[in-house]
Write a protein that binds this ligand. Structure first.
Ligand SMILES: *Cc1c(COP(=O)(O)O)cnc(C)c1O
Length: 418
């Protein structure tokens, strides 16, 4: 291991890579505060400049001036499917198979309801113990509604998920990319295993949508949910999305059958009749201002092209790993997969004092985050990060980890949101 890196030549190489980067122009489309290297786009993406102007128009013109006419004239009512259609090509879905709405947590609930109704004779939901907790919390809540249902969990150090899927499994709820480690699951292979057992798979794409190819239809996936405020840069609390394969639309009954999912909501009929397509996943009135901001982020992602984004993501994460491992004297342990193919657009290192180190780095303008118990997590959003950012972040990281500054007791005090 090289203990002393020549940072001047590292920076020169990074600058050369930036000159050759086909996505370098997209950086200009985001507001990037001075003095900050933002490696937390996997938690909250940066603000597109176009989102800020869209918000201004939506608030001042569409809401304040045009009022109720905007439902029709500004296309408010169609925003959920219009945004869904922008997300579709990013995740390998067709037009009409994705709708933007609500939160990931709510959409998981709807998908579980739909899957259980499609497999009424089965009573097990398979999930990951190491999942992002809301997926488990919502599943627990769902179990409470029907007697005899149970959850079967893959333990992090135990049996592989695939071996838990038997003939009693109705639904498998699984993340494509692990939020702590960045590990990528084999989506086509696991979908096949589930289908061989007759189960429905619900993919959680929170850490893959917008940053890597997903290939839902190529894998014959059933349903998926995902987040728009992370790599899709939709803004804080941006509506999430749901995918369901067209072949399932007619059979799907989701339990939050509100008026927005009705075939003709403005007929105000007495009984519920679902929309024939993906709109049946809607429930009630959607947050239009959030939608208007989000659309700008989705438009940028579509223009950049997901294959280019993925390629750059692999280069950025690899550069960070190489530099940190060369400069950190073995003081941190790589938790993410070494192979770029098996890694999302994030890099995680473990250190027993990860929280304090994260805080010390934030003080130096390198924004990553900490995930319990000991993980320092860095997200690499290829649309607005450049190689020089990554090299500089690695330099700061190595300086903090190999020095003593993080031992300052102020860095050990925990904030509410980490
Ligand atoms: C971010 C994230 C969520 C967020 O859920 P919300 O209900 O939209 O707050 C859910 N699942 C995973 C895996 C996530 O990473």
């Amino acid at each position: 291991m090289v203990s002393k890196l020549d940072w001047a030549s590292v920076m020169a190489q990074a600058n050369a890579l930036d000159v050759a980067d086909p996505l370098s122009g997209f950086r200009e489309e985001f507001v990037l505060p001075d003095g900050i290297i933002y490696l937390d786009g996997n938690s909250l993406g940066s603000a597109p400049r176009a989102a800020l102007s869209a918000l201004e128009v939506a608030a001042r013109q569409e809401w304040a001036t045009d009022l109720i006419a905007s439902w029709n004239h500004a296309g408010w009512f169609d925003l959920p499917t219009r945004c869904g259609d922008r997300i579709a090509p990013l995740i390998g879905a067709d037009m009409g198979e994705v709708v933007s709405c609500d939160t990931v947590s709510l959409n998981i609930f709807k998908c579980l309801g739909a899957a259980l109704q499609m497999r009424p004779e089965r009573h097990v939901i398979v999930a990951e113990a190491g999942s992002f907790p809301t997926d488990l919390y919502v599943t627990e809540g769902f179990l409470g509604l029907r007697q005899g249902l149970s959850m079967r969990l893959e333990e992090p150090e135990g049996t592989e998920l695939a071996s838990l899927i038997h003939g009693d499994v109705a639904a498998v709820l699984v993340n494509q990319v692990d939020y702590r480690t960045g590990r990528v699951r084999d989506l086509p292979a696991l979908t096949r295993v589930a289908h061989d057992a007759g189960a429905i798979v619900i993919w959680d794409l929170c850490h893959s949508a917008g940053v890597m190819e997903v290939g839902l239809n190529a894998a014959a996936a059933d349903m998926a949910v995902g987040c728009s405020y992370k790599y899709l840069n939709g803004g804080p609390g941006a509506p999430a999305f749901v995918f369901a394969a067209k072949r399932h639309h007619e059979a799907i009954r989701q339990p939050l059958s509100g008026w927005w999912g009705h075939a003709n909501p403005f007929d105000f009929t007495r009984s519920y009749r679902p929309d024939p397509g993906i709109r049946r996943f809607l429930c009630g009135t959607q947050p239009i201002l959030s939608f208007r901001a989000m659309e700008a982020g989705l438009e940028i992602a579509g223009r950049a092209g997901i294959a280019h984004v993925r390629e750059k993501g692999k280069l950025l994460t690899q550069l960070f790993i190489d530099l940190v491992e060369a400069g950190c004297e073995g003081r941190v342990r790589l938790v993410s997969p070494r192979s770029a193919e098996k890694r999302g657009s994030q890099v995680s290192f473990a250190h027993p004092d990860g929280y304090a180190i994260t805080q010390a780095l934030i003080d130096r303008g390198v924004i990553g985050d900490f995930r319990s118990p000991d993980i320092l997590r860095f997200g690499f959003a290829p649309l607005y990060l450049c190689h020089a950012d990554v090299a500089e972040a690695a330099r700061q990281f190595c300086a903090v980890v190999t020095g003593d500054v993080w031992r300052d007791p102020a860095y050990a005090v925990r904030a509410a949101v980490t």
